[in-house]
Write a protein that binds this ligand. Structure first.
Ligand SMILES: [Zn+2]
Length: 52
């Protein structure tokens, strides 16, 4: 439900676009980057986006 602009961590090879994703919320501010970074989408975000 809560789809947001893509963000990713410098240290990760996936991006997140759901604000309920715990992995997204665990990204430290210093590592947080806007955009997809050319990464694939996080599986957790994929599952969250399928639900309402
Ligand atoms: Zn995610």
């Amino acid at each position: 439900m809560a789809k947001v602009k893509p963000t990713h961590s410098k240290k990760s090879n996936v991006y997140h676009d759901n604000n309920k994703c715990t992995e997204r919320n665990n990204i430290e501010k210093e590592n947080l980057q806007k955009g997809t970074g050319g990464n694939r989408k996080c599986n957790h975000c994929n599952n969250l986006n399928k639900r309402k």
